[in-house]
Design a protein around this ligand. Structure first.
Ligand code: BGC
Length: 801
């Protein structure tokens, strides 16, 4: 493994702190904690946050004179607090508590070590009497035992003798206040605090969420490692509790405080009272060195399962992306009832909700941690009943998955959103993005193909897929004027367009992305209905009341859904071609960054709905999801010829009219251009790579990383550049080489094969199958099929493009 697995910062910069906190978050798929300084509380430069996957709470607030309900992932009690101050000898008055903002820092370095999964800080500071103190701190959120975290802080006095006071606390006085735009919403989710001591060195805090009633308990053990034992005092408070340690310190006698924390909630599987669980777990926890060893071993194992070898800067960023993906969705997630949070467990943007972003995440996981993909699909399956209910309420059939999903699968999309530029609260119609259902269906199919999991496909997978197909068939309305089925009143992935200019009702007709993916869903549902063993088909059809005659409608709709075209390109939706052209250069000149063109235009009293201007890939998403052959096949089935020229013209058309207001946009454009116009692809791939590390969307990363874009860049190497498909019991490749990313390697898990090695080097692809595997792997490249037996490596020369 190359050695550049670190993200380092020299110097302290309060303006950069919230971004660093997000990028230095530590987590284990069960919970995560932002990389906030333990000496600080929430404020303009700091935002400590701890989030457990799937722990939500709902509150009602009054916004713009209206009552609005919001469900949020809850910022839980803060386990980090550890502050310190120096005393002289003989118990004289202590100096002030140290803060990185108080001007005493003379040296500061912070390093995120991806290999070990630790965040370290080294600080040198001068106290108010001019004495120098060095502080070395390491923290971890345990990847082996998902309920544990630890913080070790070592203090070294430089040439002086005295005392040090260290306060190690659990702070329950926490609100959700991490996103400025949500400041008008109530963020007080915690209630009923109780605190106390458990053992002489252990404190605990117990509270619950106000509406969802989830109990959250933490226990913290604080021990000193020094020659002379510390004096310990308990400091109870209403919403928190602390231990105050007084430590003698002198030159050449560093002292350390090890804080070990356990976190449990009443949502944990196989666990009883969360407080007993937390106290018991911390009691049995090893010391810091022991925890670090078991934690690093768990990470080493994970890195092996997700091997990725990409040279240079791209490789460095990709490993950071992989690290954050694994911290959000790890094998521990597979035990939970939780979905894919769009912003990781790294912040409060989008309130921890689950969107369609799993479309960019699961295809990567399918080939490394299939059990995690399956669990994430089960999150959707448990909410199928709710989606069926939502469709019925809307007068539709089948399952209508919500655009934003949280605890119980109801629609969580807000009804109003704030334009920070104009200060106006505006109606939010993004819930009309019913295409989220097709994302679920796509993942069901991809997962089942990659993992060979027929039990899932014929079981929960079929229940979802058939109901999603049914929703599309039922949503399609026959229009004799066009001699086509139409799906009307939707919003596509480009969220800028949510209505026709001047229209009284929101929604657009014939969104090409929605319709082509709906046709694909119908085709897969028909395939699956035919493949189900007869008793299962009978049972399932009977249970959901599916008449085989409905399948005839599915067949018909899958061939006759409308896909609009204008001037030789696929139209994003009916009427798109009639919209005005935007003066892109003029707006760029005036505003510089025009990613959020929707906000700019609204603040000017205009609306983006009037223009041919998109936030992110919409039509072009089709080139992301489907190989060129599959896409032209789908369109042919719908009665259209999609040749290379038409596709290329379509790509150019939208490329010139997209503002990339979502991190997903650069990713999709890079992916699609790698196949159509490779010379232009790298710029977008780089946007996707640097989106979070350079905070390209201007301040949004501090509110949480963009998980879809991070996982998507990993999948760009895995499937995008290789053209890898898993179907018909074989691995298919159709490489699209990018000169800037021409050599790489990774390993995949595929249908029970562990660690199939793949590497791309100048003009050839090398595939090796581990000797421990029992069966060979079938591979197809450029029309030739080969079989690689266990223990063998094969080299395939690739056709020039
Ligand atoms: C994007 C959506 C995405 C959401 C959550 C939005 O900005 O437009 O496509 O699902 O963020 O990541």
């Amino acid at each position: 493994m190359p050695d550049d697995r670190t993200l380092g910062y020299e110097g302290y910069d309060p303006a950069d702190e919230r971004l660093r906190e997000a990028l230095c978050t530590l987590g284990n798929g069960y919970f995560a904690t932002r990389g906030a300084a333990p000496e600080t509380a929430a404020g303009p430069s700091h935002y400590p946050g701890t989030y457990v996957a799937g722990v939500y709470n709902r509150l009602t607030s009054t916004v713009a004179g209206r009552q609005v309900d919001n469900e949020d992932i809850v910022n839980l009690p803060n386990w980090l607090p550890l502050r310190f101050r120096t005393l002289g000898t003989g118990g004289d008055r202590p100096g002030p508590w140290f803060s990185p903002d108080d001007g005493s820092l003379i040296e500061y370095r912070q390093t995120l070590d991806l290999r070990r999964g630790t965040l370290t800080r080294r600080m040198r500071l001068r106290d108010t009497r001019g004495r120098l103190l060095t502080v070395d701190q390491v923290r971890l959120v345990h990847m082996g035992d998902p309920h544990l975290a630890a913080l070790r802080t070592e203090f070294t006095a430089e040439g002086w003798t005295g005392e040090l006071e260290v306060e190690s606390a659990l702070d329950g006085d926490i609100t959700n206040a991490g996103v400025d735009r949500y400041r008008d919403l109530d963020g007080r989710h915690l209630t009923e605090w109780r605190t106390g001591p458990a053992e002489p060195d252990t404190i605990w805090l117990d509270c619950r969420t106000s509406e969802s009633g989830i109990r959250v308990a933490m226990a913290a053990r604080s021990r000193t490692v020094s020659d002379t034992p510390a004096a310990v005092r308990l400091l109870p408070a209403e919403r928190g509790v602390a231990h105050l340690l007084t430590l003698p310190i002198g030159p050449g006698r560093p002292v350390a405080v090890e804080k070990t924390v356990a976190l449990h909630t009443s949502r944990d599987p196989a666990s009883g009272d969360p407080l007993h669980a937390a106290i018991g777990r911390v009691r049995g926890a090893a010391d810091f060195a022991g925890l670090l060893a078991s934690h690093s071993a768990a990470w080493e194992h994970l890195w092996q399962r997700t091997e990725l070898d990409v040279p240079g800067e791209a490789g460095r960023i990709l490993r950071l992306h992989l690290f954050h993906v694994l911290q959000t969705l790890s094998p521990h997630t597979a035990r939970l009832d939780a979905g894919v949070p769009a912003r990781g467990l790294h912040g409060e943007a989008y309130r921890g909700h689950v969107f369609w972003d799993e479309l960019f995440v699961l295809p990567f996981l399918n080939l490394h941690l299939p059990e995690v993909s399956r669990a994430l699909l089960m999150y959707r399956h448990r909410r199928l009943g709710r989606a069926v209910g939502a469709a019925a309420e809307a007068g539709r059939t089948g399952a209508m998955y919500p655009w934003q999903s949280g605890s119980d699968g109801r629609e969580e999309t807000q009804t109003l959103h704030l334009n920070p530029r104009s200060g106006r609260w505006l109606p939010d119609h993004s819930r009309l993005q019913h295409h989220v259902g097709s994302a679920v269906a796509y993942n069901i199919w991809q997962y089942s193909q990659a993992a060979g999991d027929t039990d899932f496909l014929h079981g929960p997978g079929a229940e979802m897929l058939l109901q999603i197909a049914r929703f599309w068939a039922g949503s399609a309305v026959w229009d004799p004027a066009h001699d086509r089925y139409r799906i009307r009143g939707v919003v596509g992935p480009d969220e800028y367009h949510d209505a026709y200019p001047g229209a009284a009702v929101p929604g657009l007709d014939d969104n090409a992305y929605t319709n082509v993916t709906a046709a694909w869903v119908l085709c897969r549902a028909l395939d699956l209905a035919a493949a189900l063993p007869a008793p299962r088909r009978h049972e399932l059809f009977g249970r959901i009341g599916l008449d085989p005659a409905e399948l005839e409608l599915w067949e018909d709709v899958s061939r006759r859904l409308r896909v609009p075209f204008h001037r030789g390109v696929i139209s994003q939706f009916e009427g798109y071609g009639d919209l005005a052209e935007l003066d892109w250069d003029g707006y760029r000149e005036r505003y510089g960054d025009i990613r959020r063109l929707d906000r700019i235009l609204e603040a000017e009293g205009d609306t983006v709905n009037r223009y041919q201007a998109s936030k992110q890939a919409d039509v072009l998403m089709l080139g992301y999801l489907f190989s060129p052959a599959e896409l032209s096949g789908l369109l042919a089935r719908l009665g259209h010829t999609l040749d290379d020229d038409t596709w290329r013209t379509t790509v150019d058309h939208y490329l010139a009219r997209t503002s990339h207001g979502s991190t997903l946009s650069g990713l999709v454009h890079g992916w699609v251009l790698a196949r159509t116009r490779p010379a232009g692809a790298w710029k977008y791939v780089q946007e996707a790579l640097t989106g979070d590390i350079a905070d390209l969307q201007g301040g949004t990363t501090a509110e949480g990383i963009h998980l879809g874009a991070m996982a998507g860049t990993l999948d760009l190497v895995q499937r995008g550049l290789t053209g890898l498909e898993t179907r018909d019991d074989a691995l298919w490749f159709d490489p699209a080489p990018l000169p800037e990313l021409a050599e790489y390697g990774f390993s995949v898990r595929y249908r029970g094969h562990r660690g199939i090695g793949l590497s791309m080097r100048a003009g050839h692809l090398r595939i090796s199958v581990p000797a421990s595997d029992r069966t060979p792997v079938h591979v197809s490249v450029d029309g030739s099929d080969i079989t690689v037996p266990p223990g063998a490596t094969r080299r395939l020369d690739l056709p020039g493009r």
